[in-house]
Design a protein around this ligand. Structure first.
Ligand SMILES: C[S@@+](CC[C@H](N)C(=O)[O-])C[C@H]1O[C@@H](n2cnc3c(N)ncnc32)[C@H](O)[C@@H]1O
Length: 257
């Protein structure tokens, strides 16, 4: 019997079905995503262009920054959360099926994202949904690539949601994915990274994908020496978990060193 694959490159990322994933995960705004979105939004708002920020982070003021969402899949809410601060938002994914989905959906972001935008921009304080749509079409940059190959110190703020622990079963690769994400940001850049806590892997349209089981302790270890002002929030699964085989969600907020 063949052992289950462990490494990122051994999984069929082009067989990742963005439609199935989108419907299952994001067709309605869940309480856990709502909390993650609120914390992320507040973090970026608080740390945008504050005095003393160095290099690129100083540019995170108004709409002049360059943001990146790594392993975005068909999830547009991390990109939407950065949009009001950004001149460009680069959406990177390794899967050609997700890149194709992004190419056909970025020009006119679907209604599904309206409630997410309404949390980012209550009472239209950061613009109306129609405006966000226009910004996304204008400022979104789709890039096929791997987290492991990102150039260093290139972006001013960044997000990576449910990626590092969900693209490999190998702890060293998980750690390297986090490190490469942080390294892609300039020193002093605010970031938000979300994780499925102690995930045992997942299936999309019948295709199995891997996971590394991480909790807040492993996450803290992984971020030590790579980030400052780290806050790790744990969001319990609640009465309606997204699926089986995980114990909650974790959101790590911090500033790159
Ligand atoms: C569990 S999904 C998360 C998608 C999305 N970020 C979200 O919040 O729902 C993992 C994503 O990582 C992408 N991925 C897999 N290997 C990758 C790699 N080496 N570099 C970048 N993205 C990768 C997959 O194609 C998929 O879109």
């Amino acid at each position: 019997m063949r052992a289950a694959p462990t490494r990122n490159s051994e999984y069929p990322w082009d067989a990742f079905d963005p439609f199935d994933y989108l419907v299952h995960n994001y067709s309605r705004l869940r309480a856990d995503d709502e909390e993650i979105l609120a914390l992320t939004q507040a973090w970026f708002a608080e740390h945008a262009g504050r005095p003393g920020a160095v290099n690129g982070a100083a540019a995170v003021k108004g709409s002049g920054a360059h943001g990146i969402d790594v392993g975005c899949g068909p999830n547009l809410y991390p990109g939407l959360a950065m949009l009001p601060l950004c001149r460009s938002v680069t959406l990177v994914d390794y899967s050609h099926s997700n890149i194709a989905w992004l190419r056909s959906h970025l020009a006119h972001c679907g209604e599904i994202w309206r409630p997410y935008w309404e949390r980012i921009s209550p009472q239209d304080c950061r613009g109306r949904f129609e405006q966000a749509r226009g910004w996304l079409a204008e400022r979104g940059r789709i890039q096929h690539g791997s987290v492991f190959d990102l150039p260093a110190q290139t972006w001013d703020l960044g997000t990576m949601f449910f990626v590092a622990e969900s693209i490999t079963a190998d702890y060293a690769e998980f750690d390297r994915a986090v490190s490469r994400f942080l390294r892609a940001l300039r020193p002093g850049a605010p970031f938000a990274a979300a994780f499925m806590e102690y995930s045992q892997g997942y299936e999309i349209a019948g295709v199995p994908f891997p996971a590394v089981g991480v909790g807040a302790t492993e996450l803290r270890d992984c971020l030590a020496n790579r980030a400052t002002e780290v806050c790790i929030h744990r969001i319990p699964t609640g009465a309606q978990p997204l699926r089986r085989g995980y114990s909650g969600m974790l959101l790590a907020l911090g500033i790159t060193t």
